[in-house]
Design a protein around this ligand. Structure first.
Ligand code: ATP
Ligand code: MG
Length: 251
């Protein structure tokens, strides 16, 4: 890394807006994420969190206005596959694996498509990614549709890391998990982060969000209402009023 690149945020979102007719789903949002950071994103249902991920990744649509920069280079006008190959990968709120492909084939496909690897390199990357998320060997050949809810989360994260992300956007990965499974997910996020991946994490499970995030940003009605140190953000009056209510006192 050059000297100058230390000063440039890995990801910068500048005045990004996404309109659906009259609705401003994302309204003039700006923030930066530095290499190696975990940025937590919270906010009420419908506050624009997933739409923000949509416009950063171009999947399925770009912003209506504003800019997204990766290591100082604009990516908001790129096609979705170019953004993935530049190193910005996402997971989805709903299951998005190929249900009839095996776990291994799903991860392999991601390594080939996003990581742009040769067949041999993609096989090695897929095996490594499945080992990283600790999906038991005997489950690698199972169709994704036969995996348990937690195993599908392991698969989702293995598929993402096999694509060699610089920045990984995780959209509510804890949805549907039990408390012990959430603790397992927290370990998985630490593993990915330990591989040098910068992470944006949308989550309603606040103990998880507070545990893994270096910074926290809260959206309401498409706009940022608070951002900064997680413990300060959850105490800010705007966040308590718009999102946390009584839950805020328990954090
Ligand atoms: N493709 C679309 N067309 C029209 N409106 C949309 C579209 N996608 C999202 N919206 C609207 O944009 C707003 C933000 O939705 P979004 O899915 O980003 O919220 P969210 O913060 O991710 O909510 P949740 O916590 O429930 O996942 C909502 O009012 C939603 O109905
Ligand atoms: Mg969402």
């Amino acid at each position: 890394m050059t000297q100058a690149s230390h000063d440039i945020p890995l990801l910068e979102v500048r005045n990004v807006t996404r309109r659906f007719g009259a609705l401003l789903a994302v309204n003039d949002v700006s923030f930066t994420v530095r290499q190696g950071e975990v940025l937590g994103i919270a906010g009420p249902n419908g506050s624009g969190k997933s739409t923000l991920f949509n416009v950063i990744t171009g999947i399925p649509f770009p912003p209506s206005a504003g800019e997204v920069l990766l290591a100082g280079q604009p990516i908001h006008q790129m096609r979705p596959h170019q953004i993935s190959r530049a190193g910005v990968l996402r997971t989805f709120q709903k299951d998005a694996e190929f249900a009839t492909l095996s776990a291994f084939e799903n991860v392999y496909a991601s390594a080939v498509y996003c990581g742009q690897m040769s067949r041999d390199a993609a096989q090695a990357a897929a095996r490594q990614a499945l080992a990283d998320v600790a999906l038991p060997q005997e489950r690698h050949g199972q169709a994704a549709s036969n995996l348990s809810v937690f195993e599908r989360k392991q698969l989702m994260i293995a598929s993402a890391i096999a694509g060699r992300p610089k920045v990984l956007l995780l959209d509510e990965p804890a949805a549907g998990l039990t408390k012990p499974e959430i603790s397992g997910l927290s370990n998985l996020i630490h593993t990915v982060h330990g591989r040098g991946v910068t992470i944006l994490l949308i989550e309603h499970v606040l103990p998880l969000l507070l545990k893994v995030s270096h910074h926290l940003m809260v959206l309401n009605q498409g706009a940022v209402i608070a951002a900064g140190a997680p413990q300060d953000v959850v105490r800010s009056p705007q966040v308590v009023e718009a999102y946390l209510g009584k839950r805020g006192a328990e954090l």
